[in-house]
Structure formats: C-alpha cells, structure tokens
Design a protein around this ligand. Structure first.
Ligand code: F6R
Length: 357
C-alpha cells in the first residue's frame, strides 16, 4: 500500500532509515553481538576469494560490498555482472565463495551462474529480500535483506539494505578472524540511518536541484572517485531508468581520457565529494568541466564542503558514505522523472524481476 505517498518509489526511499534500523536489530542479539549463521561465518573464514555475482542495482551494491569485505575482512573480492560471468568465467581461486546479491532472488542471469558454479561444486550464499526465492533455495546459505516488499521497479531500499548487510557480513567475518576494527561498525550504521532520515526530510531542497539542473536536459553525467564512483554509477542508472535522461557515471580520473569531449555549454555534471583522500582531485575535475561550460552540482559531505557546493550531506564514516550519498541521487531521479511526467513506478520497457537471460 502506498498510503499517502504519490508513488511507491518515494515511499521506499523514505523507508530506508527504518530498514537500516531493522537490519541492525535483526543481525544483533540482546548483547549487541552480531548473530550470523555459524555456517556462513565458517564459509567466509574458509574462502580465499569472494565472487560477488549480480545485475543492475544489485551489482552496484556489490561494488560497495567489495570495499567492505576487502578493507574490513581482508579477503580479496571480485564483482561480476551475472550475464557476463556466464560465458566469460575468470580463473577461479582455490577456495572461491560465491555471493549472489538479488533483491527478487529470481534474476535469471544470476541463476544461470548459480547453476553453473553448483555443478562445479562451489559454495554459494544468496543475499536477497525474498528468502523463499529461487536463488535463496538453490544456494547453500541465505542472508535476508529485511527491506520489506519493494514495489517500484527502480530499486532503492533494497540497494541500501544490500550495502548494510554486506557491511555486517564483512564485520562478522573480521570478528571471527580476530581482526581489530578501528571503529564501532554497528554504531556507525546507526549514525548512517539517522543521516538518511535527515536527508529524507530535505526533499524540497533536492526537488529544487532537480528543477535547476535537470529540467530539459538530454543527458547528465555523474562523477566521483573511490566510494563516490560506485554511487555515481547507481545514481546514473536511477536517473536513466525512470526519467529517460541519458546518464552515465564516470570515475573522475577517467574524464580526461575521453568523456570530457562530451561536455558542452550547460551539460549537467553531478559530482560527489564525500571522500577526504580524493577531495582535492574531484574538485579539480569539477573545475575542468566547469571550464568547458558544464552546469556542475557538487554534493559533498560535512567536513569537506566548500561554499559553492549545491548540497552538503551529514557526516558519516567514510566507508558508509554510499548509504547516504545515494539518497539525493534517488530523489534527483525521482523528481526529474516526475517533472517530465514519467511513470515513476513503472518505467517503460522494464520489469521488476528479470526472469529471462
Ligand atoms: C534498477 C533495478 C534493476 C535490478 C536488477 C537486478 O533499479 O531494479 O537493475 O537491480 O534487475 O534485480 P535483482 O536484485 O532482483 O536480482
């Protein structure tokens, strides 16, 4: 039920802070210790390399998850688009663990890989919003996303749920391996949930940005570095699928290798600047596109902001910034689509779960 909301997408964007808190509760016991299935814990301890397999937005969550599992749990990770992996399988490590990320648990491209790797005898974990789904039943282990039903075709709360559960998986593995963490991950997740709630209360501001930057444009670019780059590809996907604006997410450093040729007078460029170690470089990229006429919108984070920034996000831990920086991306896409009169919840040519390869 949409209740008072005009669209499921807006409702689901708003639900994200509550989904975060639900996940925090579901994955902790009464002593605030993580409680993951012991079998999942030991599979993570045994593996020498994690292969994340997913499609679309879930693939983008996988890109963020890679940094968690590598930086927090110290295990190498590869992230693969399911449809590509099927016929172009990389050389596998000795003890691979496959992690399938799928909101619906029904994506045929991902299932194709699952069937193949099960035939090869490799273990599989499915992270899904639908525990009884095909990918969940056919894998050895399941991690539930607890996002509640996602009705809008464009995925929002499942993406942030996937990121949160990936963080929890990484932290649980680190604890099982006796690795020291320099921060309290569950507290940082709770801080991120609060930050998300602040953002969902700033819709008017973001609607204004959509009006100022995206009203009649044919295309738009998203640039970022490091964790911001991972969110830029998701921001671009959200915008293109519901507003039909041609959008692309680029790594800031790649601009000069070709993309900058596309910048014309008035081209909207949305830049994310939430990472201290690349703040200087991404600001340089913004200068470069502005010098070529771009209409640049910088979305930065408290502590790294500059006067000319269009929007400043509340501060969260540097690993968890995707949870908050994606919210204005989702809202920009929503309002751009709304202003163009698009069918936000049911964009043309798209299905909620893609059950054909
Ligand atoms: C984008 C979107 C799709 C899905 C993709 C995978 O908003 O919803 O890109 O993310 O089709 O679907 P699941 O996660 O169900 O496997």
């Amino acid at each position: 039920e949409k209740g008072t909301y005009p669209h499921f997408m807006l409702k689901e964007i708003d639900e994200q802070p509550f989904v975060m808190r639900k996940i925090i509760n579901e994955y902790q016991n009464e002593n605030n210790e993580l409680k993951l299935d012991a079998d999942i814990r030991s599979a993570m301890q045994k593996t020498d390399r994690v292969y994340i397999i997913a499609a679309g937005t879930s693939y983008h969550a996988g890109l963020v998850g890679k940094s968690f599992i590598e930086k927090i749990a110290n295990i190498p990770v590869e992230v693969h688009v399911a449809s590509e992996f099927s016929y172009n399988m990389p050389l596998l490590s000795d003890n691979p663990l496959f992690v399938f990320i799928s909101q619906s648990g029904e994506t045929a491209d991902s299932r194709g890989v699952l069937v193949k790797i099960k035939e090869m005898g490799h273990p599989a974990l499915t992270m899904t919003n639908v525990p009884g789904s095909t990918l969940s039943r056919e894998a050895d282990y399941t991690l539930n996303l607890y996002a509640g039903p996602e009705i809008a075709v464009a995925s929002t709360k499942a993406y942030t749920a996937q990121i949160a559960v990936l963080a929890i998986l990484a932290v649980d593995t680190a604890q099982a391996k006796g690795l020291e963490l320099e921060f309290d991950p569950m507290q940082e997740l709770a801080i991120a949930a609060n930050a998300m709630e602040i953002l969902t209360d700033q819709k008017d501001e973001i609607e204004g940005l959509a009006r100022d930057y995206l009203p009649t444009t044919r295309n738009a670019f998203f640039i970022g570095r490091s964790a911001d780059y991972n969110v830029c590809v998701e921001g671009a996907l959200k915008l293109k699928e519901i507003s039909y604006i041609q959008a692309e997410g680029f790594a800031g450093g790649e601009l000069k290798h070709g993309t900058i040729a596309l910048i014309e007078d008035g081209t909207p460029v949305i830049a994310l600047a939430t990472q201290a170690n690349v703040n200087y470089s991404i600001r340089g990229n913004v200068q470069e596109v502005v010098a070529r006429g771009a209409n640049a919108m910088v979305i930065s984070m408290k502590g790294l902001e500059q006067d000319e920034d269009a929007f400043v996000l509340p501060h969260v831990h540097e690993l968890l910034t995707p949870l908050v920086s994606v919210v204005p991306m989702q809202l920009l896409a929503y309002y751009a689509a709304l202003h163009r009169g698009c069918d936000v919840d049911k964009p043309r040519n798209l299905a909620k779960s893609v059950t054909v390869e």
